[in-house]
Design a binder for this molecule. Sequence first.
Ligand code: NAD
Length: 514
Amino acid sequence: MTLQFLETLGVNKFNESGTYSCIVSGEANTKGLGNSFNGYSPVDGKQTATFTCATVEQFNELTTNATEAFKEWREVPAPKRGELVRIIGNLAREYKEELAQVITLESGKIMPEALGEVQEWIDVCDFAVGLSRQLHGLTIASERPGHRMMEQWLPLGPVAVISAFNFPMAVWAWNTMLGLVCGNAIVWKPSEKTPLCALAAQCIVNKALEKFSDAPKNICSVVIGDAEIGKTMSADKRYPLVSATGSTAMGRSVGKVVGERLGRSLLELGGNNAMIVSQYADLELALRAIVFAAVGTAGQRCTSLRRLIVHSSVKDSLVERLKQAYSTLRIGDPRAENILVGPLVDSASFESMQKALKAAKSQGGSIIYGGDRVSENVPEKGFYVNPAIVEIAHDAPIVHHETFAPILYVMTFDDIKEAIDIQNEVPQGLSSAMFTENMREAELFLSPSGSDCGIANINIGTSGAEIGGAFGGEKDTGGGRESGSDAWKSYMRRSTNTINYGGDLPLAQGIVFE
Ligand code: NAD
């Protein structure tokens, strides 16, 4: 498949041997014979390219090179490291359109959302550049005379990044831009569904490295491969940090393997996000937020709205308006203008949606809207669906499970504390929202007795977080935090230093040892 945007970005040069393979700092590495697999576009089901998984030998070589690159990079002053990230951000601005086209090709995201994803990458570059002059620690009062105590944040080592298909560039950018200013080398294993996105991002990094001579060339690399390479990465002691984004099942496996060797893991896993709509809510505002959060990215965001907990007095009118709004959704080719809902990523995703709907029915739920495959005015082999609305009891087992597709479960409550209990009763803890104009309800939701999620919003939907805040969730969502606030601390090691400038050797806690 020859696509102009891949040519413009320079992705095609990785395909000279007819298969995209494990790469090291921009040069295709086709040594060895890993398993090959085909990539397909969710847009029309057509094959995009053939890829070859990295072999363990290739992976070892790449890790050795990244370790050497780290040793050089950690010596470069942090504000100087920020300069590389500034160049990367400017190139992402320059190639924004082409990068978004690759995202749409491989993830099926509509173009405005794909452009938004590249914007997220650009934003996190700006954030990281500022941060490169602010990686400061504390000075702490020492209890001993003639002593000074302080803490430093120092580079950590090569960081392994494992990412999911649905944010095929932004998640890498969150990790990489912070990781780079913190002085680390990055090795990225993208989802096997979106390897072209990773190669496109690597092209941008390579262009930046051409303009910036102070960085070692192996500072960022991509390793194409499946879960097996992800497991090899997780087990490799040369990575002090493994940052993994994906399903809870994947996170359990990575967490266990990294924990076994006492490494650090940063886990960003599945969500089961809820919105509480109170009788005091601005329903018009809530309606708009529900539609974007539930059907945006065809329900394939970790923060997609999956459970709507509505006060019984407003449920009927809200559901009626919701059905009306769903009936006007423009579903179709995500590359076309004005489309709001693109395809599911593949047939397996469609099957899991159908299975969940069947389970919901058998558990007492009723499908009051959608759920079926759309076949008119859409590319033939893509899996396009009418987003579903299902009325069901809050404790039906399927409601507690994340199905990565546009299914919105609707349930009711009468008392606000009951609504918060329902919101918190699932295993996942990523994003949550409450719509209310009542100050007491809003404050309760954000209080220690309120939402137990990493993200809790008032009068805003569950999805579409800004990069400035720390992003992540609790419980089965894994506990990791990425992107803004002080998330950078996960990418550094803290060193506490005590300096004795006096002529004596007083011991802490007043201990006399003579
Ligand atoms: P997935 O778990 O199937 O795959 C994610 C990545 O993990 C891929 O690169 C895959 O190759 C790798 N992998 C799978 N098993 C592994 C193992 N045992 N060891 C190491 N690596 C392994 O997820 P997906 O289908 O690509 O993405 C959807 C899931 O990701 C959803 O559950 C969604 O909620 C979650 N997600 C979470 C966030 C977040 O920030 N919390 C963001 C995006 C997606």
